[in-house]
Design a protein around this ligand. Structure first.
Ligand code: HEC
Ligand code: HEC
Length: 312
């Protein structure tokens, strides 16, 4: 086969795969689309491209278009699609944010919300929102924060101190510190099966399972500095406590390195529901895991942008 024929063949098969995926997204998403439109009409949304509108109105419009199906019109986490999800959409009226760079008990910064929009919350239906421009992310982040009426002006990110050199000694120290500070919840092997695991509840009295730290990806802590932040600031609204005040930075780094070393090579259990082909298309590092496939069905615009690797 000559080169041109080969190219044509490749191009055709790629297009066929793409069209099937889009069709699949279209079919599975159309039901949601109608309900989302109904909700949009209810709150009287304006065209999100209306450049005269103030940032707040723009944020509200973007929210109504892309977030309302899960997080709900009033931001209380009770969108029409929430019933389908095991990990429930955040209730923004509570002011409790899990993923932030500020100390436990203090509000997040607008940048923290934007970071969530860029990274998504892996293993949950909260996909990265790459269909939005940076400006749109900023507007919708401000709108999200307005539900809880917190004063975010005082929010100060904590600094992640420079990482020490990795060594056997530091790993051993991390292991010891892990056993005394983390194992009751995360288990002695970090598999999420500590003695307290089954009894833990979040602030809404829903079960709150400690992460299995041997699986990847984690929700957020997938780089050493994000892991450092999680250990230092805790996860607001859940039993995961902050260690910022009880451990020294070098001890937190030791635990950080140890947790990274727990990675078993296994992925978070995937629950594909016939989304295998799409998982394949996302490439090795972007396999759909946990409830991400349901997120794809509900949140077509974000799913499409993520799949295409489109980053505005
Ligand atoms: C398909 C459902 C779905 C859609 C659509 C969705 N989210 Fe989410 N979102 C979730 C879920 C579920 C979580 C909770 C993850 C967790 O608690 O682990 C979440 C979490 C978040 C968080 C993190 C909150 C925290 O605790 O730190 C932010 C911020 C957020 N969403 C903003 C948005 C915005 C803004 C949009 C629209 C542009 C949006 N989401 C669209 C399902 C969704
Ligand atoms: C009292 C119980 C408890 C203790 C003690 C605890 N955790 Fe957690 N941890 C949790 C729970 C619950 C979650 C899940 C929160 C969620 O995702 O909603 C969690 C989540 C995590 C995550 C996952 C973050 C992500 O991105 O998904 C990491 C990492 C973590 N804990 C590390 C630690 C380390 C390290 C220690 C000890 C220094 C520790 N935890 C101590 C309960 C605990």
């Amino acid at each position: 086969m000559n080169l041109t024929k080969k190219t044509i063949l490749i191009v055709t098969s790629v297009s066929v795969a793409l069209i099937s995926v889009l069709l699949f997204l279209y079919i599975t998403g159309s039901a949601q689309d109608n309900s989302a439109t109904a909700q949009e009409n209810k709150i009287g949304l304006k065209n999100i491209n209306n450049t005269n509108a103030s940032s707040k109105i723009k944020g509200k419009d973007i929210y109504g278009k892309y977030c309302v199906a899960c997080h709900g019109i009033n931001g209380n986490g009770q969108g029409l699609q929430a019933y389908r999800l095991k990990v429930k959409p955040t209730d923004f009226t509570s002011g409790m944010f899990k993923f932030k760079s500020t100390s436990y008990g203090t509000p997040p910064t607008a940048d923290d919300i934007i970071t969530t929009l860029k990274l998504g919350v892996r293993t949950t239906s909260m996909l990265p929102q790459w269909q939005l421009s940076n400006q749109q992310m900023k507007s919708v982040a401000e709108y999200v924060l307005s539900f809880s009426k917190q004063n975010i002006k005082t929010a100060k990110p904590i600094q992640v101190p420079g990482a020490p050199e990795k060594s056997r000694t530091i790993l051993e120290k991390g292991k010891k510190l892990f056993q005394s500070n983390c194992a009751t919840c995360h288990g002695t092997d970090g598999k999420g099966d500590g003695v307290l695991a089954k009894s833990l509840k979040d602030y809404k009295q829903n079960p709150s399972l400690p992460a299995n730290l041997t699986l990847r990806p984690l929700k957020r802590a997938n780089t050493s500095s994000r892991l450092y932040l999680v250990i230092a600031t805790g996860i607001e609204g859940t039993p995961m406590p902050p260690f910022q005040n009880s451990l020294k930075p070098k001890d937190i780094w030791a635990i950080d390195y140890y947790v990274q070393s727990l990675k078993s090579g296994k992925q978070y259990s995937s629950n594909r529901n016939g989304m295998g082909m799409m998982g394949g298309m996302m490439g090795k590092n972007n396999k759909l895991v946990g409830e991400e496939n349901i997120g794809m069905q509900i949140d077509m615009a974000a799913g499409h942008a993520w799949m295409m690797g489109k980053k505005k």
